[in-house]
Design a protein around this ligand. Structure first.
Ligand SMILES: Cc1cc2nc3c(=O)[nH]c(=O)nc-3n(C[C@H](O)[C@H](O)[C@H](O)COP(=O)(O)OP(=O)(O)OC[C@H]3O[C@@H](n4cnc5c(N)ncnc54)[C@H](O)[C@@H]3O)c2cc1C
Length: 398
């Protein structure tokens, strides 16, 4: 990509990482993505390649064996990977969120226990807030942990765990009895270690099979059922109960930048496919790009790619500078995912009938884009976050 989605002010190391990832995407992901996706096959070789490049430890501090890179580096890597195949970015996204939560909120013992092995990809993270009856309304969580003599017992059902079957460490948000008035103050994050796989993986913990999805294939999404599952008290993230909502909101804030980056990656690819196809396909004696209607579509698509990329980069840089970025991450996620749906749709139209054929990549992008409108909070939830943040800063004095 010569011109679009460039980022000013990157360090040499960032440039080097991105160049390596871009080459990996072009050689190891794009040529295999269609076949793997259509077969709903886990991209095991690609994941091994990412481990070798150190991508599982990209943002983990160097003292724990990671590369200690910023959220911006991570987001730009994700943008590249999603340009190749969005599911691959899904494999590292939940891992990254859990590593971030541990880094920010874990006890020294928890950091030492997990982060070095997360950096190598030996421990792979997933995270679980959603339940069958709730996604947006996180504070309404029903899965409950009750304190006993030797730890906690968890009962309940979680839903929509990305990497639920292929991860071995899940950060799970459950209800605990804190006696707090506000529901969100009665939530706690547990670090659930489990074997990879499906079925009853531990006594009282079942991962039913993969949910069959319209897109985002290859990466597994599962339920997680707790039935009298026993867990030690030292598996409470940060060692203190009642803090889970705060932990998870911090996690999804970086997750939103990540979803925005994924949306940018898909949009870039949809644009690349469209500008290539429109110069090859001829109608009425000329390449379709010579029809102004098609050229204007490309101009609009490129403008959307650029705007989304800049907002995503801005949100990442803000978080890296230590500032709160809830509004900017919400805006970036909102605009990047909505634009992604529009850009893929336009690319699909430019492909004419061939866009409907499974032989063409745009068919897959069309099925991937809608997920980004939902994951890490729907557009309505982003607007709620943005407007609340704005009212914080623009409170009327009247
Ligand atoms: C493929 C996939 C992977 C996922 N991976 C994970 C994961 O790894 N971990 C995890 O915890 N979750 C995961 N999720 C769940 C995801 O975060 C939720 O689906 C999402 O937050 C929406 O929640 P919901 O599906 O319960 O929709 P609901 O909350 O039921 O919303 C339904 C509709 O109502 C609207 N709505 C809800 N409340 C309001 C309101 N207050 N004002 C206006 N409109 C509103 C929503 O915008 C939406 O349009 C995943 C989902 C999918 C599809």
């Amino acid at each position: 990509m010569a011109r679009l989605a460039q980022t000013a002010g990157l360090t040499d190391i960032q440039e080097e990482i991105l160049a390596t990832v871009r080459t990996f995407v072009d050689k190891e992901i794009i040529p295999h993505a269609q076949t793997l996706e259509h077969g709903d096959t886990y991209p095991a070789d690609i994941v091994e390649g990412m481990k070798e490049m150190g991508l599982f430890g990209l943002t983990i501090p160097e003292e724990y064996g990671g590369l200690g890179e910023s959220l911006l580096t991570y987001a730009l890597v994700v943008e590249q990977i999603a340009r190749g195949w969005m599911s691959v970015s899904g494999v590292i996204n939940t891992h990254f969120i859990v590593a971030h939560m541990l880094k920010q909120h874990g006890t020294p013992e928890q950091k030492q226990k997990y982060l070095p092995r997360m950096a190598t990809g030996e421990v792979r993270g997933s995270f679980s807030m959603s339940e069958p009856e709730l996604g947006s309304d996180v504070a309404a969580i029903r899965t409950r942990a009750v304190r006993g003599d030797s730890g906690y017992t968890i009962n309940g059902q979680k839903m929509w765990l990305t990497n639920g079957g292929t991860s071995n460490l899940t950060a799970v948000l459950v209800k605990t009895d804190e006696g707090a008035e506000k529901p969100h103050q009665n939530l706690t994050t547990f670090l659930v270690e489990k074997p990879e796989g499906y079925g009853e993986v531990l006594p009282g913990l079942t991962i039913p099979g993969k949910i069959d999805k319209m897109g985002y294939k290859g990466v597994d999404t599962t339920e997680m059922v707790f039935d009298g599952f026993e867990i030690a008290a030292d598996q409470v993230l940060g060692g203190v109960t009642g803090q889970g909502f705060r932990h998870m909101m911090d996690g999804v804030e970086v997750g939103r930048v990540n979803v925005a980056a994924r949306a940018c990656g898909i949009s870039i690819r949809a644009f690349e496919l469209a500008i290539e196809y429109s110069q090859q396909r001829r109608t009425f004696g000329k390449a379709i790009v010579e029809h102004q209607a098609i050229a204007f579509k490309l101009a609009e698509m490129a403008t959307k790619v650029e705007a989304a990329h800049l907002m995503m980069v801005n949100a990442a840089r803000l978080k890296d500078s230590g500032q709160r970025n809830d509004v900017e991450a919400g805006m970036a996620k909102l605009i990047a995912s909505e634009y992604c749906a529009e850009v893929t749709q336009e690319s699909f139209r430019i492909h004419g009938g061939y866009g409907y054929s499974k032989e063409y990549e745009i068919e897959r992008l069309m099925r991937e884009a809608p997920f980004l409108l939902i994951g890490e909070g729907t557009s309505e939830i982003q607007k709620t976050i943005i407007s609340r943040g704005l009212l914080r800063d623009y409170q009327s004095r009247g």
